[in-house]
Design a protein around this ligand. Structure first.
Ligand SMILES: [Zn+2]
Ligand SMILES: [Zn+2]
Length: 225
């Protein structure tokens, strides 16, 4: 497939192999760890070091203190936190809340989520991409063509397999300015104001007032109860 070779060049910063410059985490310890996966992964990988420093006061040492865990800057970054199921892939979003949330009933999202629908939270790529270098070795990439003609780079955690985000690439090879983060990976996400899309293949009742009008899709095709 020559397309996969050319697509790989679209995201040269993200390795497609499991090569890592540091030892991979022992996942048996992840499950036993008493702190949250988010805290564990951020300390293990140093993902939040830059953001922490930005939010620390000038009188606070930038070096984490081992004696003041209750004041760890875990909650100081106001941006949304994104994490996979095992916590290995954990990083901050670009802004506190997504610009939009979509509940997608397309058959691709049903397959991807292994469930009735997928949830997508839209975040600006700026401030978030490229992802922190420390987590890049733990991300795998699968690429597929979208109905729109764009190419979708689909990133997943190599440890737990959870799909984390999608990065749409336009036909001319440039990336869109938004990243689609899978909703379940966004900590504290609410579905307030979320819009339903691709409702033709919905497996569950959908409130018609929450359906995003899409050309070619009539409302009577919506599953309503
Ligand atoms: Zn994971
Ligand atoms: Zn979908």
């Amino acid at each position: 497939m020559n397309s996969s070779r050319s697509l790989r060049t679209l995201a040269p910063r993200l390795p497609t192999t499991g090569i890592s410059r540091r030892p991979r985490p022992n996942l048996t310890h992840v499950a036993e760890y008493t702190m949250s996966p988010y805290t564990y992964a951020s300390r293990l990988l140093g993902v939040f070091s830059r953001q922490q420093h930005r939010h620390q006061s000038t009188t606070t040492s930038s070096a984490p203190s081992s004696t003041s865990r209750s004041t760890q800057p875990e909650t100081r970054n106001e941006n949304a936190k994104i994490s996979c199921q095992c916590g290995t892939v954990t990083f901050p979003a670009s802004i506190p809340k997504p610009l939009a949330v979509y509940i997608c009933h397309c058959t691709e999202c049903q397959k991807q989520s292994a469930s009735a629908f997928g949830i997508t939270a839209m975040f600006p790529a700026e401030g978030m991409w490229p992802l922190p270098k420390d987590i890049q070795p733990f991300l795998g990439k699968w690429v597929r063509e979208a109905d729109s003609g764009n190419t979708l780079e689909c990133y997943f955690c190599k440890c737990c397999g959870v799909r984390v985000l999608h990065r749409p690439i336009l036909p001319d090879g440039t990336a869109k300015t938004m990243l689609s983060v899978k909703g379940g990976c966004v900590e504290g996400l609410t579905l307030e104001g979320a819009k339903h899309v691709y409702v033709r293949s919905a497996l569950v009742p959908v409130p018609p007032e929450d359906v995003l009008e899409v050309p070619g899709v009539k409302l009577d095709q919506v599953v309503v109860k």
